[in-house]
Design a protein around this ligand. Structure first.
Ligand code: IVH
Length: 678
């Protein structure tokens, strides 16, 4: 290949990689497999190795490679990164609204955009001629630390903006929030604890920490995420409102939070606030409030800002998820994997609507590090679904403290001598240990596993203690009559539990897999495994090599999975479970070519070059898609050719995915649809 050819191919590869990266990270609708992506990536890397002068700043190969930086230079922001005025009180919101109304004159229509207040690290992104050339932390609001190299490793940050749908300003400084999804946060903490290091106290600290010392070799697939929500500065910008700004950001290929809403009353603000509080545990990342922003950008200028915060925005916080309470006792609790965890039993406190009386102290080293003892005053917090944790001790002057916590020598449940494994203390007795059996039952019945209502800690404990369940499979043999003999069970609760167990016995493969508590297998990995193999037996039989072909599964996970199935005790349990006690719902097979786009709705607009509109329609229909005439929320894709019409604008307004002709061709090809006639 000569240099010209290489240059052309490199450009093609970059465009292709940028497109798929956007489909995957920004739109959440991947069109090619991870392997296919890696293939393109490696081809580009090789080309650049052979022709080093072809390496460009925005090449996706430049995401990885940089060593983690230690010292950072500080840079001035394109515009001050202000803070927000805030309160958790509804009255304060009412007052904010009144101030806005007064400033804009009675009778003016006041429209707000409501957004979740993301609990992460604020970041400035600078694009010059569409290429990412700068990134900085918020710092003191005027100057922050330059962390471009680190930010480039975040796959959700585009290295080059798309100008296809809307021209990109020559200079564009943006503001967004870098967050760590709660799954990734828990994984990161597990890893830290395994290495005997202190865990992060919350996803925000984890995100901020990771940003400043990103290790490109991190195995987690999506360790950091970003939502962009504001234009800090631009040399020209044709948007008139916050709502339009969000649309523009999306069109440029940036990741924009899906939850914003446009409203025009305080009542609607209060309603949004309540809905966000109700759903904050389910969205997968931490939010600590909502932000109310005046929609009209011209009106914002009228209102102006103080040196600290703009007068056109307000953060309406949620009740805090940290509370102070007192440790009554520290006990050693044996979990389902045999790891013995120090747990603080505390005077119950309500945290974000949930009463908390227990919190984890992780392991003996953590108890030591935080120096928590019986009787101490402590700060406790919870995030998402995560088990509450003791954050820190609050010193009390002149108060005599209790004795230091010591791990017991024997398992508190089965009295087997405990062993030490790195920073962990472990009961080696496996499922013969009642506490481990109880833990396995609770996990199997938990919300994201078989979702068996009524099967909590207490119930599981009784089932094990009364020997109704001596082995995991016996859970599915429990009868209502047996439950009725136990204290605390009446006709209704006994029948409800049995019904729950029966329902749970017919579960989706991924839920069942997750519920088994295989080391390293969280919900995401369970889903990936289920989709890939589509049969439980196939997963059981898979060797390490095969497992590593599943996107997202590395050698360590593969080893843990094979190890789990190879353990004779587990094998026996699984054989018994699969012998009529549990029946699994398997994921739909990936359809072969012909019905690959089954059920998807397409709208065609504008002129096509390579295909005629009729031919495109025919091909789409042959793949099972429907081609319809008008764009609605239910449309899956709008294919926009040359000079597209109003359908295109509609698509943008509704946030429907837009493909150009190249995108359509790639999509069809990726589904194995032959493009040539005949
Ligand atoms: S707007 C001038 N929108 O909350 C407008 N901020 O003190 C400034 N934050 O440091 C910010 N989510 O990092 C805005 N949707 C959102 C946000 C958000 C989180 C952060 C921001 C800021 C802090 C408020």
């Amino acid at each position: 290949m000569n240099r010209d050819q290489a240059e052309k191919r490199a450009a093609e590869l970059r465009a292709e990689l940028a497109k798929h990266s956007r489909l995957y990270y920004v739109l959440d609708e991947p069109q090619i497999s991870d392997e296919a992506y890696d293939g393109l990536f490696h081809e580009l890397k090789e080309l650049e190795q052979n022709f080093p002068d072809l390496v460009s700043e925005d090449s996706p190969t430049q995401r990885v490679g940089g060593e983690a930086l230690s010292g950072f230079e500080t840079v001035e922001h394109a515009a001050p990164m202000l803070s927000l005025d805030s309160s958790a009180e509804a009255e304060a919101v009412e007052r904010f609204h009144q101030r806005v109304v007064k400033a804009l004159g009675e009778g003016a229509t006041v429209e707000y955009v409501l957004e979740p207040k993301l609990d992460g690290a604020s970041l400035e992104l600078v694009y010059r001629d569409g290429v990412l050339t700068g990134a900085a932390t918020r710092g003191d609001g005027r100057r922050g630390e330059a962390i471009l190299e680190n930010v480039k490793t975040i796959s959700a940050v585009p290295l080059r903006l798309r100008g296809d749908d809307r021209p990109v300003p020559g200079f564009l400084a943006l503001r967004g929030e870098v967050i760590m999804q709660i799954d990734a946060f828990e994984q990161a903490n597990e890893r830290l604890l395994e290495q005997g290091k202190a865990p992060y106290s919350n996803p925000r600290n984890a995100a901020a920490g990771a940003l400043r010392q990103l290790d490109p070799r991190l195995t987690a697939r999506r360790p950091l995420d970003i939502y962009v929500y504001d234009v800090l500065a631009a040399d020209r910008l044709d948007v008139a409102s916050q709502w339009e700004t969000l649309q523009a950001l999306k069109q440029w290929g940036l990741r924009v939070n899906p939850l914003p809403e446009k409203v025009d009353s305080v009542a609607a603000i209060l309603d949004y606030h309540q809905r966000m509080i109700d759903t904050r545990d389910d969205i997968g990342y931490e939010i600590d409030g909502m932000v109310i922003k005046l929609n009209d950008l011209a009106a914002r200028v009228e209102l102006g800002a103080t040196s600290h915060h703009p007068r056109w925005a307000f953060a309406f916080k949620f009740p805090p998820r940290k509370e102070i309470t007192r440790v009554l006792e520290i006990i050693a609790s044996v979990g389902r994997t045999g790891v013995v965890t120090p747990v603080a039993l505390m005077r119950p406190v309500e945290i974000g609507g949930v009463t908390v009386a227990r919190a984890t102290l992780h392991n003996r080293e953590e108890v030591e590090r935080k120096d928590i003892r019986k009787g101490d005053r402590v700060r406790v917090q919870r995030a998402g679904d995560v088990i509450p944790q003791v954050v820190e001790r609050i010193a009390e002057k002149g108060k005599r403290r209790g004795r230091k916590f010591k791990m017991p020598a024997r398992c508190p449940s089965c009295k087997t001598p405990l062993i030490e494994r790195g920073p962990f203390t472990v009961c080696p007795n496996g499922l013969e240990c009642p506490a481990q059996l109880k833990g396995r039952i609770v996990h199997l019945g938990s919300r994201h596993a078989l979702d068996i209502e009524g099967l909590g800690e207490e119930t599981a404990k009784i089932l094990v203690e009364k020997e109704l369940v001596r082995h995991l499979p016996e859970l599915f043999e429990v009868r209502a009559e047996q439950l009725l003999e136990l204290e605390g069970f009446g006709e209704i609760s006994a029948n409800a539990l049995i019904e729950g167990i029966e329902k749970g016995a017919h579960a989706e493969l991924d839920r069942f897999l997750y519920g088994l508590g295989i080391p390293e297998v969280g919900r995401t990995v369970a889903r990936d495994l289920a989709r890939h193999y589509r049969s439980f037996d196939a997963i059981r039989a898979a060797d390490e090599e095969s497992l590593q072909e599943v996107p997202g599964i590395g050698p360590k996970m593969a080893e843990a999975i094979v190890g789990f199935f190879a353990e004779p005790g587990n094998g026996e349990i699984l054989d018994t479970l699969m012998d009529g006690r549990v029946s699994l719902i398997l994921p739909e097979p990936k359809e072969e070519s012909g019905s690959q786009l089954e059920g998807l709705k397409f709208v065609l607009t504008g002129g096509l070059e390579r295909l005629t509109r009729d031919r495109a329609k025919e091909l789409l229909e042959s793949a099972g898609a429907k081609v319809v005439g008008s764009v609605s929320k239910k449309t899956d894709y709008v294919v926009a050719g040359e000079s597209p019409g109003s359908k295109y604008d509609k698509a943008v307004e509704l946030g429907v995915a837009v493909l150009d002709e190249g995108g359509l061709v790639a999509l069809l090809e990726s589904k194995g649809v032959e493009l040539s006639d005949g």
